[in-house]
Write a protein that binds this ligand. Structure first.
Ligand code: CP
Length: 333
C-alpha cells in the first residue's frame, strides 16, 4: 500500500486500486471524527478548488465547497455561463489557465457521450488534480460515500450481503445512469452480491455491465440481472431503488427524453414502499443518493422510516470528498 496521492485525478473508482480506495475511506473516517469533535483540520490552507457545474446540484456543490472551507481553503462555484466555456473556450485552455490559479479542478458534466470525455480532456491538460463530480458514465464520489455508509452500518462485514440497485419510477426528470453504473462497479469489488433490477427498457451500458461481471468474478461474488423489483428485494441487506433514463433515449440528449419519461409511466408500480421493504432482511438498509421523488420512487414511510440511511449517505459525501481533496491536492510530495 502506498501513500503517494498528490496530483492524482479521481475520475472513476474503477481506476483506483482497492488499497487506494481503502486509504480514502480511512482518511474520511479520520476527518469525520475530527469534524464531530470540532477539531480544526486545515490541511489545504490557502488552496483553491475550481468547481465547474454543467448541471444543478445541492449535495455535491455544497459538500465540496464546505469541505474546502473546513480544510482551510476556498472553492469557486462556477458554471459554463459564468465562464468563457459558454463562448466555446476549449477544455485545454480552461484546464491550463485554472491550473495557473489554484490547486484542483472539479467538474460535473452529465451530457450523454460528452461528459466523461470532457472531464478526461480537462485532466489531460490540467497540472492540478481533477475530480469527477458526476458525468454520463460515473458518479465516483457518490459511490465511495455510499460504500463508507454501508461499511459503517454493517461494521465492515460486506461479504455475501445482497446489494440491490433497482430502477424506480420518478416523474421529475430523466436522471443519468451514472449512479447505478458506479455502484455495480464498486460494490462488486468490495465483496457484495449484486442484484440489478430494471424494467426491460431501462438497461445500463453494456460495457459497464461487462466490467461489473468481471469485478464480481474476480472477487468471488454473484452478479445477476432481474426484471422484477419484488424478486430483487427478497433477502436483500441493502436496497438502493432509484430512477434513471433509458439508454436508447439519452442518445439525443434532450430530444428523446420525453419519450423515456412516457415509457417510464408503464412502471409506476416500481416504487419502494413498506410492502417491498418487508421482503428484505430485518436489518436491511434503504439507500438513495437524493434528490428522491417522494411518493413515486419511494414512499414517505420508507424514506423517513427506520431502514433509511439517506442523510448519513449525504453527510458521508462531505467526508469522502475532503479525504480525496486532502490526499490529492495536499498529501505528501
Ligand atoms: N446525489 C447528488 O449528487 O446530489 P446533487 O445532484 O444534489 O449534487
Amino acid at each position: 500500500m502506498h501513500s503517494l496521492f498528490r496530483g492524482k485525478h479521481f475520475i472513476a473508482d474503477q481506476e483506483w486500486t482497492k488499497e487506494e480506495l481503502e486509504t480514502v475511506l480511512s482518511a474520511a473516517a479520520y476527518l469525520k471524527r475530527e469534524f464531530a469533535l470540532n477539531i480544526p483540520h486545515r490541511l489545504l490552507r490557502d488552496k483553491t478548488l475550481f468547481m465547474i457545474f454543467f448541471e444543478q446540484s445541492t449535495r455535491t456543490r455544497n459538500s465540496f465547497e464546505a469541505g474546502m472551507t473546513q480544510l482551510g481553503g476556498h472553492a469557486h462555484d462556477l458554471t459554463p455561463e459564468k465562464m468563457q466555456i459558454s463562448h466555446g473556450e476549449s477544455a485545454l485552455d480552461t484546464a491550463k489557465v485554472l491550473s495557473r490559479y489554484g490547486h484542483g479542478i472539479a467538474v460535473r458534466n452529465c451530457f450523454f457521450e460528452i461528459g466523461n470525455k470532457y472531464i478526461r480532456e480537462v485532466a489531460k491538460y490540467s497540472q492540478v488534480p481533477v475530480f469527477n463530480m458526476q458525468c454520463d458514465l460515473y458518479h465516483p464520489c457518490q459511490a465511495l460515500g455510499d460504500l463508507m455508509t454501508i461499511k459503517e452500518k454493517f461494521d465492515g462485514e460486506l461479504r455475501g450481503r445482497k446489494f440491490v440497485i433497482s430502477w424506480a419510477y420518478a416523474p421529475s426528470y430523466s436522471k443519468p445512469m451514472s449512479v447505478p453504473q458506479s455502484l455495480i462497479l464498486l460494490m462488486s469489488r468490495f465483496k457484495m452480491d449484486i442484484t440489478l433490477a430494471y424494467p426491460p427498457e431501462f438497461y445500463l451500458m453494456p460495457k459497464i455491465i461487462e466490467q461489473a461481471k468481471i469485478n464480481a468474478k474476480e472477487n468471488g461474488v454473484k452478479f445477476e440481472i432481474v426484471n422484477d423489483m419484488e424478486e430483487a428485494f427478497r433477502g436483500a441487506s441493502i436496497v438502493y431503488p432509484k430512477s434513471w433514463g433509458g439508454l436508447q433515449y439519452l442518445k439525443d440528449n434532450n430530444l428523446k427524453q420525453e419519450e423515456s419519461m412516457e415509457i417510464s409511466k408503464k412502471y409506476i408500480d416500481w416504487i419502494c414502499d413498506e410492502k417491498k421493504m418487508n421482503l428484505t432482511n430485518k436489518d436491511s438498509i434503504y439507500m438513495h443518493c437524493l434528490p428522491a421523488d417522494r411518493g413515486t420512487e419511494v414512499s414517505n414511510e420508507v424514506i423517513d422510516g427506520p431502514h433509511s440511511v439517506v442523510f448519513d449517505q449525504a453527510e458521508n459525501r462531505l467526508h469522502i470528498q475532503k479525504a480525496l481533496m486532502a490526499l490529492c491536492m495536499g498529501g505528501r510530495p
